[in-house]
Design a protein around this ligand. Structure first.
Ligand code: LMR
Length: 398
């Protein structure tokens, strides 16, 4: 049976990770996979995570199963972190929450839920969107389409084109949105644009499915959730997939959460039973360790404050790298405009380079980025930005 299988090309992001590891050149720069790095190029375990982990392990007396919906304390804490501590919705019976294996697991649970509720539903994703949205959302049989999003000329959101495309969708279509720190472009909606989008989604009866993977790494914890909170409060239904990989640095622990806002308490209760059934059939129960750490951090005030300080330092470092990279590129490549890098937020920006230039950067200069020229800003270091900018200039022939 298996001898007929085709050999597949590596995943565009994970394949790059492997190629970078195999490169022995000391000058190599990894701007591929979206993980936070410090000035030494490392992705350290956050101190708040270490402290919470110690407390969790000391208290733990068993490794028996938790539940398909995961850790109840974690789910409660995630409702408040995502929807806002003071939000009535965070405590409302209209919301249900299930722990998921990472933001990816939450996205897939949401897609499976949509397929159960409305198998013919079409999910509309931004053009471009994170490469893994496609297999995660369409893998269960849902159809995907794209709406215009990025304006390459200014490095911002093509908001009018986005609105007119969404305006034309049939009611009950699903619209996948990035809460903040858009992956791969770094171009986010402004608050007024979120309000306009909310009015459109309401008027056209469209269902938002919001992916929040970078809360706190763009403008701040509340700021990065502004649009999500607005839509969740205003619309009758919403799906929200949250990842704790980046803002808690818990990548390999696979911890995330799916929140669903229903029209009523009864609808949310029924939804929860469906999600539990879906989880049981996919992976039975989520891994416990990462969620226990997050619940500990969010539940203990001193730990939470320490985590927020670390997160703020990470965000500020990314902003500093954005400024330094834009300045170095402006000096090294005077014929190309890179000023959008300072206007964008989160881990990513597009450099606007063609595939050949990206390949030259990788082969001649050991600078790794995805073929669409997305760079992980957090993969830069103040110490290697001059090398990176010179490499881009050479690859561009400037
Ligand atoms: C990325 O976009 O690089 C990250 O979200 C990591 C991944 O799994 O692709």
């Amino acid at each position: 049976m298996l001898e007929h299988l085709d050999r597949l090309a590596p995943d565009p992001i994970l394949g790059l990770m492997a190629a970078f590891r195999a490169d022995s050149d000391p000058r190599k720069v990894d701007l591929g996979v979206g993980v936070y790095r410090d000035e030494r190029g490392e992705t350290p375990v956050m101190q708040a995570v270490r402290d919470a982990e110690r407390a969790v392990l000391e208290r733990q007396t068993t490794k028996t199963y938790v539940a398909p919906a995961g850790n109840a304390g974690f789910n409660d804490a995630m409702r408040r972190l995502t929807l806002g501590d003071d939000s009535p919705l965070a405590r409302s019976e209209r919301v249900c929450a299930v722990q998921a294996p990472g933001g990816c697991g939450a996205l897939r649970l949401g897609a499976e839920l949509i397929r159960v509720a409305r198998p013919e539903a079409v999910v509309h994703v931004s053009n471009p969107t994170w490469a893994n949205h496609v297999p995660l959302l369409s893998g269960c049989g849902l159809k995907l389409e794209r709406y215009p999003y990025f304006d390459a000329a200014c490095g911002g959101v093509a908001f009018e084109a986005m609105l007119s495309a969404l305006e034309a969708l049939p009611p009950r279509s699903v619209v996948l949105l990035h809460a903040s720190c858009h992956n791969p472009t770094g171009a986010d909606l402004e608050e007024a644009q979120w309000r306009e989008l909310g009015a459109l989604l309401e008027r056209r009866a469209l269902l938002p499915f919001i992916d929040m993977a970078y809360q706190g790494l763009g403008r701040g914890l509340a700021e990065d959730a502004y649009g999500l909170r607005l839509l969740a409060a205003q619309l009758p239904e919403a799906l929200i997939a949250v990842s704790c990989s980046k803002n808690f640095g818990l990548y390999r622990e696979r911890v995330g959460c799916l929140l669903v806002v229903g029209q009523s308490g009864a609808a949310a209760e029924a939804t929860l039973t469906q999600l539990v059934r879906i989880a049981r059939g996919l992976y039975s129960m989520p891994p416990d360790h990462g969620a226990a750490i997050v619940a500990e951090i969010l539940g203990e005030e001193p730990l939470r404050a320490a985590w927020q300080r670390e997160l703020t330092a990470m965000r500020e470092r990314i902003l500093q790298l954005r400024t330094a990279a834009a300045e170095a590129l402006a000096a090294a490549c005077p014929r190309k405009d890179f000023s959008h890098i300072v206007r964008q937020r989160g881990m990513f920006s597009y450099l606007g380079l063609d595939k050949d230039t990206v390949r030259r950067l990788r082969e001649a200069h050991h600078v790794y980025m995805t073929d669409d020229s997305r760079i992980n800003i957090a993969g830069l270091r103040l110490g290697n930005i001059p090398y990176f900018a010179q490499a881009v200039a050479h690859a561009l022939g400037q």
